[in-house]
Ligand binder design. Sequence first.
Ligand SMILES: O=C(O)[C@H](O)[C@@H](O)[C@H](O)[C@H](O)COP(=O)(O)O
Length: 266
Amino acid sequence: MALSEVNNDRGELRILENLDELRTDLADYIAELSEAAVKERGVFAIALSGGSLIDLMGKLCEAPYNKTVDWAKWYIFWADERVVAKNHSDSNYKLAKDGLLSKVPIVPSHVHSINDSVSAEEAADEYMFVIRQLVKTRMVSVSDISDCPKFDLILLGMGPDGHIASLFPNHSALDETDEWVTFIIDSPKPPPERITFTLPVINSASNVAMVVTGESKAEAVHLAIDNIRPDCPSPPARLVQPTKGKLVWFLDKPAASKLDGLQFSE
Ligand SMILES: O=C(O)[C@H](O)[C@@H](O)[C@H](O)[C@H](O)COP(=O)(O)O
C-alpha cells in the first residue's frame, strides 16, 4: 500500500511500499502528464536523467502504456548528460535508448541528445541552441515569467550527496542563472565532463519529478524535504522549487526512512 502525503512547501510526496509499486505509480504519472500535454499543446516535451531512473520507468515499455501512450508526440531531452560517445557505457543517452527509447515508437528526429564530438562547453552551447529553436516553434513551451523553456516534465534522480542532474553540492554551476544549459569538467562523480540544465530551467518546468530510492539517499531526502536548521547542509535537491509548476517526489520506504514525522508499520 502506498502512503501518500502532501507537503505544501516541498511538493507532493509519494512514498511507495516497494519498487514494483513505485514503477507502476511512476508510469501512471508520466502517462497522465503525456496525455494532458498532448491534449493541450499537441506535444509532450520530457527531459530525462541518468542513473536508476530509466530502469524505474521500465513499465512504460509494457502493456498498457506501450500501446496507450502517444509516443509520436514525445520530444525527448536530457536534464544532464555525460560528455562521452553516445555508444559509451557512461552515456545517459545510451542508457535511455537501450532501456526505453528503442522499445517504444518514439520518432527518432524527436530525440534531442547532445553532440558527443565536441568539448563540454561547445556541447552545452549547442544543446542550448537546439532547445532555443524548439522553444521558437513551441515544441517546448516557454515560461511566462522568464524567457526559460518550460518543459512539460523534467525527471530527476538524486545522488546520496543530494545532487540532481549534474548540479553537485558547492559547485559553481548551482549559481548559473544566465544560461539554460551549462557544463562542468570536474564532476565529483565520474565521468568528469558533463552538461546540465541549470536551476532556472529546472524550476521553470510545468512538472518536476524527483525519483529517489534506497537507504543511501535517506539522509539527503531528509535534508532536501524536511524543515532543517539553518546550519544544516542544504543539498542541491532542496533548490528544486518549480516557480509555477508542480513538484512530485517518488520515494520508496528506505529513501523516505529519515523523513520527520513518518512512521511505517511493518
Ligand atoms: O549523470 C548522472 O550521474 C545522473 O544523471 C545522476 O544525476 C543520477 O540521476 C543520480 O546520481 C541518481 O542516480 P541513481 O538513481 O542511480 O542513484
